[in-house]
Design a protein around this ligand. Structure first.
Ligand code: PLP
Length: 387
């Protein structure tokens, strides 16, 4: 075949986190021992009662096409969860169950973007936002948040808005920086979004993995933002269900209608079996969520003091899942050398946008023993670099 392939897809970057994982896999295949702190996949098993519910559903014949929006029982469980935990009053018509939070983001963008529409991305930002915007015909516009605080400044936000701006993507608790939004930042987002009539896509997938009794502000619960917020969440991180591919989107009715049309044509629905597990996750005991967050907290406590070493500076993150320390020199070279010399995989910060340059992201999704091994490797690496 000589016919050209899709420019739109060809122009999209490969995921940097997946590239690091790939290199780690190659080294392992060569017999090297590699500890990966690059993955966003919790190292816990899905709680047994969730697996049991899915098993029973399969045995009971729940193996056919479900409604495209999601099963009524799961939609109701999500509506109740939103009321109970987030003080969000959503109707069932606003909720769409998706195969993963990632697809919920894709649907949100697909439902609102026309070619050339701009979407503001607050950087450092999760690697997939830019690509998803581009795949939906939009143009990502990065706003660099300055290290180490990464605070959203109303002036900088306002300066990025043009006549083509359609939406702002916000991620709190944040991947990769670990921050959660301060009230003044929510004020800034609300002021700019209302003034310029923008949608706010709020990615709250890490809402439960936070420390120190902090609470994440849910933007859909804010009366200033409720009518323009597209809320993305899911089961992957809170319930260690990454492989189940299950998430949800909550959006104002007109957006939800288009998102549902897109889902039904492109994907049909989430898996019926995964949805049975999702009902058990939301309606069942929630101790498992707290236990996993507590385990991440313990790992952070173990890891953070090492980051106060000269040259590896890291403010304590609120998000339990990862740390984002500054490293000496070029972050890409640092990550490559660390992997090749010490067998420790981390993601270079520049993968998360220019504002992440000079940092690396290390997730805490590894056992304490693996973390200790990784930190020893990092210490040795820092030593060979002269601190
Ligand atoms: N949003 C952020 C910030 C993430 O880090 C991830 C996964 O790593 C997702 C969304 C999507 O998660 P999933 O598609 O597994 O629900």
């Amino acid at each position: 075949m000589t016919r050209p392939l899709s420019d739109r897809v060809g122009g999209v970057r490969e995921s940097a986190t997946m590239a690091v994982e790939e290199l780690a896999r190659t080294l392992r295949a060569q017999g090297r021992e590699v500890v990966s702190l690059a993955s966003g996949d919790p190292d816990f098993a899905t709680p047994a009662h969730i697996i049991e519910a899915a098993h029973q559903a399969m045995l009971a014949g729940d193996t056919h096409y479900p409604p495209s929006r999601g099963t009524p029982r799961l939609i109701e469980a999500i509506v109740q969860k939103l009321r109970r935990e987030n003080a969000v009053e959503a109707s069932a018509s606003q909720v769409i169950v998706t195969p993963g939070g990632k697809w919920a983001l894709f649907l949100a963008l697909g439902a609102i973007l026309n070619p050339g529409d701009e979407v503001i991305v607050l950087e450092p930002a999760w690697v997939s936002y830019r690509s998803m915007i581009e795949l939906n015909g939009g143009t990502p516009v990065g706003v660099a948040l300055p290290a180490p605080g990464y605070r959203i400044d109303e002036g900088a936000l306002r300066a990025a808005v043009t006549a083509r701006t359609k939406a702002i993507i916000v991620c709190s608790p944040n991947n990769p920086t670990g921050r959660i939004l301060e009230p003044s930042e929510v004020d800034a987002i609300a002021a700019v979004a209302r003034e310029h009539d923008l949608f706010v896509i709020s990615d709250e997938i890490y809402e439960h993995l936070i420390f120190d009794g902090r609470r994440n502000p849910c933007l859909a619960a804010d009366p200033r933002l409720a009518d323009r917020t597209l809320l993305v969440n899911g089961f992957s991180k809170a319930y260690a269900m990454t492989g189940w591919r299950l998430g949800w989107l909550v959006a104002p009715d007109p957006v939800a209608r288009l998102a549902l049309r897109l889902q039904s044509q492109a994907m049909t629905s989430a898996s019926s079996v995964a949805m049975a597990g999702g009902i058990a996750a939301l309606n069942g005991p929630q101790e498992c969520v707290g236990e996993m967050a507590a385990a991440y907290a313990e790992r952070r406590a173990m890891q953070l003091p090492r980051h106060t070493a000269p040259g590896l500076a890291c403010p304590a993150p609120a998000r339990a899942f990862s740390v984002f320390p500054r490293v000496p020199g070029d972050d890409v070279a640092f990550a490559r050398d660390l992997l090749e010399r010490e067998g420790v995989a981390v993601v270079p910060g520049s993968a998360f946008g220019e504002a992440g340059r000079g940092h690396v992201r290390m997730t805490l999704a590894a056992s304490s023993a693996h973390l200790a091994r990784a930190m020893d490797g990092i210490d040795r690496h820092m030593g060979t670099r002269g601190g």
